[in-house]
Design a protein around this ligand. Sequence first.
Ligand code: UQ8
Length: 174
Amino acid sequence: AMAAWQLDAQRSSLFFVSTKKNTVAETHHFDDISGKYEQGQARLAIDLASVETNIDIRNERMQEHLFEVGDFATALVTVEVPEQRVADLAPGDNLILDTTATLSLHGSEKPVDTVLSVTRLADDTIQVANLRPVIINAGDFGLARGVEKLREIAGLPSISPAVPAQFTLYYTKR
Ligand code: UQ8
């Protein structure tokens, strides 16, 4: 059997960008993510109640009206990465992987194309980040109504449904 890898949540990060009033872009993130990689499958779980926008009331409104965390607490990403590709990496080596992940969010499951940069930092540590920006469209996951609701509540002329996201994940062999 090959190695099992555990996400190092403390070091890892998942950011996304919202744009309001056409011109105001803000960076947000999720505080609680978890994951593992074994038998060629990587899984990443995102606790949607851990959304952090630096404004408490906005965090609460996103949990309630956008993500609807009472019904959909967690988003889940899965992606196949051949074990041998990772096993073959020596410390310092980097691998670019053009692949398709599956994102399950708010009751919808959709493919997400991604270009991953996988770097072996040490025998027991790998870093996985997106090389190409990932853009999540709210409408693909039944989130357009929620975005519209946030816009109304905040009295804004517009909020973009296109949301760039950025992740840097560290995994430790155990
Ligand atoms: C080898 C190995 C181990 C490999 C690992 C492989 C692996 C696991 C790779 C990962 C692959 C992959 C493709 C991962 C994808 C990860 C992503 C991208 C997941 C999705 C994360 C996610 C859920 C993103 C959010 C999606 C979304 C559509 C969000 C909408 C955001 C918006 C538009 C927010 C609007 C915010 C806003 C402007 C609110 C208005 C507002 C309010 C309401 C308010 O109350 C307030 O305060 C008073 C404001 O301030 C004044 C406001 O602005």
